[in-house]
Design a protein around this ligand. Structure first.
Ligand code: ZN
Length: 354
């Protein structure tokens, strides 16, 4: 296989070693990933399993199928208040959070730094970038009327806020906002700092949104970890046949069968890794995205105890950009490891109001 040839020509045994190098990580590696995987199996899989099984009962689903995994709210997901309403709510929200975030959102809106209307031939998805010379963040998105539209003014705006905060940092040109883990902590944590303001976006649907958001974030951790382990297996054995790859995936599905009721269905059907497209299209380790969901849960839990205190820690975290390692920034904020029981309770706390 040509991929095997070129990674060996570069002096690597296989893609695993090269893949870790390409992630440019300085603060954790293969051993920490293996430990993280064990912690997820031990602590998070049972908690997610219990929550998903309970939610299936709430929705009256007895014979759980794979496609039920995406449905979290009886009667359908809550929908936000439309484009104008979302921007008006975002302005109110950021002004209520702090004076600094108020100045940030005014700057973004006055400079028309959002392009959110879907149109023919437009680039898909959503992201935030910045024009360094002008100290100007810019957000591209494609609004579609779903709860995902609100992510644009929470998640993407979390990236934009960071770019604005570090615009005058003399290290930022070289170190930027830090690694991907640090960057996604900026954005994903902002999604949760926006929780107290969700009534502005969803009206009566806000409790359902918070429940859906927490359960979705928590549920992804075991799924992402399984995909990461699968990537390690196939990179270690690049000559595996498609049948052997499917067997490896099936083995992982079985080991994480307690994740959700749908797992049993997956195993009984023709489960194969091809159902998770990014395994093949993104040659990198998904642990990144899994691991970085934990810090946003850290900030969520901290904000439920002491919103103001957690928010000032978040602003300090963001203001430093890439000056410190991700793990150092987390330690400075007082976070060492996520406690599955507490994260699970954060979901449960919102279950009865959803
Ligand atoms: Zn992001």
């Amino acid at each position: 296989m040509c991929a095997t040839v070129w990674q060996k020509k570069l002096g690597y045994d296989n893609f695993i070693e090269l893949g870790y190098c390409r992630m440019n990580r300085l603060c954790y590696g293969r051993q920490e990933v293996a430990e993280f995987r064990q912690n997820v199996l031990r602590d998070i899989v049972p908690a997610v399993s219990a929550l998903r099984t309970e939610n299936a009962k709430r929705m009256g689903i007895e014979d759980y199928k794979l496609y039920d995994n995406e449905v979290l709210i009886p009667g359908g997901d809550p929908r936000p208040c439309g484009k104008d309403g979302i921007f008006a709510a975002a302005r109110e929200m950021y002004h209520a959070m702090s004076q600094e975030t108020g100045e940030f959102i005014d700057m973004m809106l006055e400079n028309e730094a959002f392009d959110v209307d879907s149109r023919r031939n437009k680039w898909g998805g959503g992201y935030c970038t910045e024009f360094v010379k002008y100290r100007q963040p810019f957000i591209l998105a494609n609004f579609d009327g779903t709860a995902g539209d609100v992510d644009v003014v929470t998640h993407e705006a979390g990236h934009a806020l960071n770019a604005w905060l570090i615009a005058d940092n003399r290290f930022a040109l070289e170190l930027d906002c830090g690694g991907m883990e640090t960057a996604e902590t900026h954005s994903m944590s902002m999604e949760f700092f926006a929780w107290p303001y969700m009534e502005k976006f969803f009206g009566d649907g806000a409790p359902a949104y918070r429940y859906m958001h927490a359960l979705d974030a928590f549920s992804f951790i075991p799924d992402g970890t399984a995909v990461d382990e699968f990537q390690h297996i196939i990179y270690a054995h690049p000559d595996m046949t498609p049948a052997e790859r499917n067997a490896a995936w099936l083995g992982l599905e079985k080991s994480t069968a307690r994740i959700s009721p749908s797992r049993a269905y997956l195993i009984s059907k023709r489960a194969h890794a091809g159902s998770t497209r990014c395994i093949y299209t993104k040659a990198r380790f998904i642990t990144l995205t899994t691991a970085l969901r934990r810090p946003r849960l850290h900030f969520l839990l901290a904000s439920l105890d002491d919103y103001e205190g957690a928010f000032s820690k978040y602003m300090r975290f963001s203001r430093q950009g890439g000056e410190k390692l991700w793990t150092e920034l987390l330690a400075e904020a007082g976070f060492v490891s996520v406690h599955a029981g507490r994260a699970g309770r954060a979901c449960l706390a919102h279950r009865n109001t959803a």
